[in-house]
Ligand binder design. Structure first.
Ligand SMILES: [Fe+2]
Length: 463
């Protein structure tokens, strides 16, 4: 959710909050049985799990919170499990990070709804069951399984919903791509919740600490690792910005390329995970220029051939740099191939058509567009309209026609570039989204021969 909240997002958050409160009151009056001890035990544990939840690049968060909530439900029943959710309001990490109030409000509301619905299902399948007793029979297993599934679906759908509404993206595809893969993780948490409840029933409350604290510690170590990796990536991105800022012509280039690339990726319905990777590749696509002579990069006149040769090495250098910081393969490949041309006349690998990874084809279009509209003293600057015309003219030779088509449509609709979208001018531009899945597979199917080909081409050139 962005810091500035739109009216529709606000309505969504308020409705979720009201629904969460109604459900909390309904459950309290219907099932009663509030346990102060359970509230205190799980209150502390859930708060710790919430503070140290680790964000994932795929869009979800790793947290044992879901498992703890279910364990609390199985041991103390829906009333205690629902009231315990309110402790997440005291997540001090979010306070320090100045999380907006509506995020707090939404988080607690969606947890109240998820655990509330899950509790109703659990109790309706197992109506006479005594609080805290775990039985191994089909009825109880069904109650556990269904309440867990309902918890997962409600929790992830509500979260995908708020992201969909605030970011104006299709929430269902966001849910499919960003949350469905978490199902096995959630099922393991459910099994752990049953184990925690069973041990609690057999050996008493002290087992809660012995079973749950190691889980939270594991999560904390993971949280630190993710933080470290994010900090490293952010440092590299900041470095690129500093380098760009030194040259008034390139200042902001990687930011704009990232913005365009994300828009294309959303039209292609890539998953949030892939979009995140593509954005990293876009931020870093020219990082190899770190090793190019500044005098060449800032040269106000037309470049000599040998100077061009030096510039042309930046994708390979960039690839080596990001390989050293162990980013995903698809990110490093996008950096390596962002100057390949669709007809195979680009560099460094002379790859053609869909042998060029999808991310690199996207970057190629949006990077070239931004370069065309950026002023250089020795170069004629294009207006956005003229640059779009150039893209269309070279679709099928320089650029992937499908991506060019999509990008021109974005330029016309979202950047008011009148006349940018003229599909009839683009050769073979009609098979847009249907081939993306096939092409996307190639992202990970990088063959070592391609790399060898690049090295041999570079050696030949040096001779
Ligand atoms: Fe580049």
């Amino acid at each position: 959710m962005s810091k500035k909240i739109s009216r529709i997002t606000l309505y969504y958050v308020i409705s979720t909050f009201i629904a969460g409160l109604i459900l909390l009151l309904y459950i309290t009056f219907k099932y009663k049985n509030f346990s102060i001890l359970g509230f205190l035990y799980f209150g502390v544990l859930i708060l710790l799990a919430d503070i140290f939840e680790a964000p994932l690049i795929k869009g979800g968060k790793v947290s044992v919170l879901g498992g703890l909530e279910l364990a609390c439900l199985f041991i103390y029943g829906p009333t205690t499990a629902s009231w315990v959710m309110l402790v997440t309001l005291f997540n001090i990490r979010e306070w320090f990070e100045k999380t907006p109030w509506y995020k707090f409000m939404f988080n607690v509301s969606q947890l109240l709804i998820s655990i509330g619905l899950s509790g109703i299902i659990y109790k309706s399948i197992n109506p006479t069951r005594q609080i805290g007793a775990i039985r191994i029979d089909s009825n109880h297993l069904l109650a556990i399984l269904l309440s867990s599934v309902v918890f997962f679906i409600a929790n992830t759908l509500l979260t995908a919903g708020v992201i969909g509404v605030s970011e104006k993206i299709n929430f269902f595809s966001l849910w499919i791509y960003s949350y469905l893969w978490l199902i096995p993780f959630h099922l393991i948490l459910t099994a752990l919740a049953v184990l925690v409840a069973y041990l609690h029933q057999t050996y008493g409350s002290v087992t809660l600490l012995l079973t749950i604290i190691p889980l939270i510690l594991t999560q904390y170590v993971y949280f630190l690792r993710i933080r470290e990796k994010q900090a490293l990536l952010q440092n590299v991105i900041n470095l690129v910005r500093v380098i760009e800022a030194k040259d008034k012509y390139t200042a902001g280039h990687s930011m704009r390329v990232t913005e365009y690339a994300e828009k294309v990726a959303r039209k292609l319905r890539l998953s949030e995970f892939e979009i995140e990777l593509l954005k990293n590749a876009a931020y870093l696509h020219d990082i190899g220029k770190i090793r190019t002579d500044l005098s060449i990069l800032k040269k106000p006149k037309k470049l000599r051939l040998d100077e061009w040769d030096q510039i042309k090495e930046h994708p390979t250098i960039g690839y080596e740099i990001v390989s050293d910081i162990r980013l995903q393969k698809s990110v490093s490949l996008a950096i390596l191939y962002h100057h390949e041309k669709y007809d195979g006349s680009g560099y460094p690998g002379k790859l053609e058509k869909d042998k060029i990874p999808l991310f690199a084809r996207i970057l190629c279009v949006v990077d070239s567009f931004d370069a065309m509209v950026t002023t250089r003293e020795y170069k004629r600057t294009f207006t956005m309209e003229k640059a779009a015309q150039e893209l269309r003219k070279e679709a099928g030779t320089h650029f992937d026609p499908q991506i060019t088509n999509i990008f021109c449509k974005i330029l016309e609709k979202e950047y008011n570039v009148i006349g940018a979208y003229k599909p009839e001018e683009i050769i073979a531009g009609e098979e847009i989204i249907k081939n993306v899945n096939i092409n996307r597979d190639r992202l990970e199917n990088f063959k070592e021969e391609t790399w060898k080909k690049i090295i041999s081409l570079q050696k030949k050139k040096k001779k």
